[in-house]
Design a protein around this ligand. Structure first.
Ligand code: ADP
Ligand code: MG
Length: 402
């Protein structure tokens, strides 16, 4: 059982609930919301608390504002109105809310307000205790439903949880932690991880952490190229990081049995949609070749490993999936995960784009909205926002036991 309290276990009737959500959505140049996935994902916590008789305050960061100055571009106004559309009701947006005021005195059960961009408040980024205490005074229950910022210790994600009367995880946060726990804490074996993408440098900590936990670590993309270099292969002009070859070699030296390398690859002479492509053995890569995908024999091998897996963790495409000629490897991996009966979890911006492109969204066990927080969790790092919720959860249980 997890240590943190869940929103669903907290009595919120007649209480003031403060929800730290992740409503940091992409916008066009006129501020219109271009993808409301994160707003939609945050609706269940809001709907649930309202239905159970709470007065609800919701805030989020948006973009990278300067503290102390709310500009129009940083305003949650478009997000508040989309939230209202999704809920079918008016939503008030409150500026300068940290010290309460009339709006706060007027809050009644069933009310919903959106509190302006929390990253505008001086002290937010620095995890200020003073700011956190002021915000905690606004509520009876603090609920963190923003998994995507759980790797950051900021006043609304961390310190506030220490001072609020009750601190709990919202349904989205809880679902992420449950899925990640299922994949990594006591996974059904074999545990197979697929790590692809452009650069080893951005995922070295991830590769190191995973290789000790998994039964197989499938590498793809530019990452596989660096491993091929480490194994003494020629990769022509392919994307790789020669500086990291030594690190890749260390991983291969200790765990070569777990890290299969491509036996065939898809090459082109230029990085372009219309560049003629050729399937080659890894032994035949020419000096002017670019490796842009894993080859079909390799993809089938990996698909078979995925088919035998008990648990699958996926981050990073194994080729330049954006271009059709180099998308087959990633498609084969995506299809194999979709077909598998294993519990699967996937995350990462480009990984999610690939999952959408290959129409397998509904057949992945859990799709993480986490981005950076997802990667840090996989790296085995403690997420500050989660650690504090766990601490408060343990304290609450001890008190309940008397
Ligand atoms: P994610 O966002 O899922 O964590 P990354 O950002 O690490 O993934 O990497 C995704 C990018 O890697 C994609 O844009 C893809 O085109 C690129 N990529 C994959 N394989 C190769 C390759 N062999 N050569 C160059 N780029 C590649
Ligand atoms: Mg990316």
């Amino acid at each position: 059982m997890s240590d943190f309290l869940r929103l669903s276990d907290v009595d919120v009737d007649g209480r003031r609930v403060f929800i730290r959500a992740d409503l940091n959505v992409p916008q066009d140049e006129r501020g219109r919301v271009t993808d409301d996935t994160r707003i939609r994902a945050s609706i269940p916590a809001i709907r649930d608390t309202l239905a159970r008789g709470a007065a609800v305050m919701v805030t989020s960061h948006l973009g990278r504002p300067v503290e102390g100055r709310l500009t129009e571009a940083d305003s949650l106004a478009p997000i508040a109105s989309r939230t209202g559309e999704l809920l079918g009701r008016q939503v008030m947006l409150i500026r300068d809310w940290v010290n309460g005021g009339t709006w706060h005195g007027d809050l009644r059960h069933g009310d919903l307000v959106v509190l302006e961009n929390c990253r505008v408040n001086p002290g937010e980024k620095a995890d200020s205790v003073h700011l956190a205490q002021q915000m905690a005074n606004l509520c009876d229950v603090y609920c963190n439903d923003a998994f995507a910022t759980a790797h950051r210790a900021e006043a609304t994600t961390h310190a506030m949880a220490l001072y609020a009367p009750v601190a709990c995880a919202g349904p989205l946060m809880a679902a992420e932690l449950d899925a990640l726990g299922k994949a990594l804490a006591s996974p059904a074996r074999p545990l197979v991880a697929i790590v692809g993408g452009a650069k080893v440098s951005t995922k070295l900590a991830l590769l190191r952490a995973l290789v000790d936990k998994v039964d197989a670590l499938i590498v793809g993309g530019g990452i596989a190229n660096t491993f091929l270099l480490a194994a003494g292969r020629r990769i022509g002009k392919s994307l790789a990081e020669p500086d990291l070859v030594a690190q890749a070699r260390t991983i291969l030296d200790t765990s070569a049995d777990k890290v299969p390398l491509p036996v065939d690859v898809v090459c082109a002479k230029a990085f372009a949609a219309d560049a003629p492509s050729a399937i080659k053995s890894v032994d035949d890569v020419a000096d002017d070749d670019l490796i842009l995908d894993i080859g079909p024999a390799t993809a089938e091998r990996y698909a078979a490993m995925i088919g035998d897996a008990g648990t699958i963790v996926w981050n990073g495409p194994v080729g330049v999936f954006e271009l059709d000629a180099f998308s087959r490897g990633t498609r084969t991996i995506a299809d194999a995960i979709a077909r598998s009966r294993a519990f699967s979890i996937a995350g990462g911006g480009d990984t999610l784009a690939a999952i959408a492109k290959f129409h397998v969204t509904d057949r992945i066990g859990y799709i993480s909205t986490g981005g950076g927080a997802f990667l840090e969790f996989l790296e085995g790092r403690k997420l500050p926002a989660v650690t504090v919720l766990e601490q408060r959860g343990r304290e609450a249980r001890e008190r309940a036991r008397g």
